[in-house]
Design a binder for this molecule. Sequence first.
Ligand SMILES: NC(=O)c1ccc[n+]([C@@H]2O[C@H](COP(=O)([O-])OP(=O)(O)OC[C@H]3O[C@@H](n4cnc5c(N)ncnc54)[C@H](OP(=O)(O)O)[C@@H]3O)[C@@H](O)[C@H]2O)c1
Length: 287
Amino acid sequence: MKEISMSSASRRSILTLAAAGPAAAMAGSAKAVPASSAGSLQSRPGEGRAAVITGSSRGIGAATARRLGAEGYAVTVNYLTNRDLAEQVVRDIESSGGRAIARQGDVADPAAVAALFDANDRAFGGVDVVVNNAGRMNVGLFAQMTDAAFDRMMATNVKGSFNVLREAARRTREGGRIISLSSSITLQRPAGGGAYAASKAAQDFYTSALAKELAGRQISVNAVAPGAVDTQLLRQHGDAALAGIPAMTPHGRIGLPEDIANVIAALCSNDGQWIHGQVVFANGGIG
Ligand SMILES: NC(=O)c1ccc[n+]([C@@H]2O[C@H](COP(=O)([O-])OP(=O)(O)OC[C@H]3O[C@@H](n4cnc5c(N)ncnc54)[C@H](OP(=O)(O)O)[C@@H]3O)[C@@H](O)[C@H]2O)c1
């Protein structure tokens, strides 16, 4: 999907916005940090717990679903259109010994979000972890951004996140975790990224308020703000647009979905309980 017409140079500058930083002394190929803590410090830490992960048919959401599934969480995999991919994530979790279901639902629709949580509750008895991940990125200069591109992005990122967090506030069990996907673009604030950055900044403000509202229930509420991560969200703008990112990052590689899943899993662990009301920048050291 490419909703904004931009020069390739502009597009590249938008896509590298999350990767600005000192040029890497050595550019390396993309390589995920292994999920080394899964099952090593605690055996299946998610056993007896359930997670709802919006937008988990692919990208960061899918990597998080596989990671939490491997840790013993029962996972509700949500998708918008890609049913086959969502069902593959379910099969992957089941083959690692876990339990999962796939449910279609547009986060922009409050009734669909309630139905998603209802399906989770019927299958797994309640929810302990909510990963508010579904999102879209439409970039473009102010003069070029269309109403349709702006409205669809805001419906998903701002209203959709609100719908998800409202259900999470009502349903997450004591001791749970609520994690929203923000972005390191809120630091860089590049030309052409204003609308997307505003939609991601909403996650930071939602997080601060909800953390205060839910602290009495021992629920930790945080946001994770990735830098550039190699997913369809960026690749929709053309593979060539990602080419310059590795040389612009301290580690010499673009982030991978598993890098972000690792951080989310750490926040979900028992050791993550005291991290509360924070925006955790997970970007390999850009900035
Ligand atoms: N990739 C990055 O560089 C990056 C950087 C910072 C932050 N983030 C944030 O991280 C989150 C995940 O990004 P990603 O890169 O993994 O994206 P992605 O690969 O494009 O995946 C998006 C996921 O969200 C789902 N989705 C989209 N709109 C939806 C809606 N209205 N209702 C329900 N599900 C919906 C998609 O479902 P279908 O497969 O069915 O379409 C898909 O599962 C987003 O919030 C994004 O803003 C990403």
